[in-house]
Design a protein around this ligand. Structure first.
Ligand SMILES: Nc1ncnc2c1ncn2[C@@H]1O[C@H](COP(=O)(O)OP(=O)(O)O)[C@@H](O)[C@H]1O
Ligand SMILES: [Mg+2]
Length: 241
């Protein structure tokens, strides 16, 4: 079920290469409603990350604007926006220290000072991903790629984001870790539906089968141009792989 007004609506957002002026993202528009799961596929270098980062308001726009719950996101509202509209990168950046240190880190930031770290909560998220309590005491520098991504995802999920913008989060991971990540995200989404809080995700994937599993609506990116593409086109993409 989707709600009436979009959670996030981008109108003609665009990005250019600051050095050469080349368009990295041609004006792109997208409305994301509560309850929607989107996927984006496209060749490497086509602008998927540029688009997702623009939508997350992580990089300055060279055109267009983003509305959140029907209101244009002003500069002062960007920290609040980023708290709710979370961008997950392909290679997570973890700090030195333990997994728990990393999970506690957001609470030291101004944007989250009204929240408190809950060890039980993160332990249960870790458990959902097949990791026991010891996981929280592991050194971040000793984690495998998959474990690092699980830690990074838990760091975001504990903050109850409204929208996840997932930038190939499982691209270089083993199947078991990919499965754990899909499970965590699926549970986050279902919890929103159960509590009737609108959640939505955009999943950039290199894998058409994953895009099909993790979304109902599909878009494609080609040379900086974002287009609607029926999920059925994924079958063709897969056939040519
Ligand atoms: N900050 C930047 N400055 C200049 N060029 C960039 C910048 N970020 C990305 N690009 C270029 O934009 C194009 C799209 O990149 P990207 O969005 O990362 O592709 P992908 O679809 O693989 O995620 C690439 O040609 C890349 O080199
Ligand atoms: Mg990318």
């Amino acid at each position: 079920m989707t709600s009436a007004s979009p959670l996030v609506a981008a109108t003609d957002i665009a990005r250019r290469d600051p050095q050469h002026g080349r368009w990295l993202l041609h004006p792109a528009s997208l409305a994301l409603h509560g309850g929607e799961r989107l996927s984006i596929t496209g060749p490497s270098g086509s602008g998927k990350s540029v688009f997702l980062r623009a939508l997350a308001l992580l990089d300055p726009l060279d055109g267009g604007h983003v509305e959140w719950h029907g209101k244009r996101v002003a500069r002062a509202a960007i920290p609040r926006y980023r708290r709710s509209i979370a961008y997950i990168r392909q290679r997570p950046a973890l700090l030195d220290g333990t997994v728990e240190d990393n999970l506690r880190y957001p609470f030291t930031l101004r944007a989250y000072r009204d929240l408190q770290f809950e060890r039980e909560r993160v332990a249960s998220l870790a458990l959902q991903a097949g990791r026991d309590n010891d996981f929280l005491d592991r050194r971040a520098s000793e984690l495998s790629g998959g474990e690092a991504q699980i830690a990074a995802l838990i760091r975001v999920l504990q903050l109850d984001p409204e929208v996840l913008l997932l930038d190939e989060p499982t691209a270089s991971l083993d199947p078991a870790s990919s499965h754990a990540i899909e499970g965590l995200i699926g549970a986050w989404f279902d919890a929103g539906t159960a509590r009737d809080t609108a959640r939505a995700s955009v999943w950039v994937s290199h894998d058409p089968a994953q895009a099909e599993r993790m979304s109902e609506r599909h878009l494609s990116m080609q040379a900086g141009v974002l287009d609607e593409a029926p999920l059925i086109s994924l079958d063709r993409e897969r056939a040519t792989r």
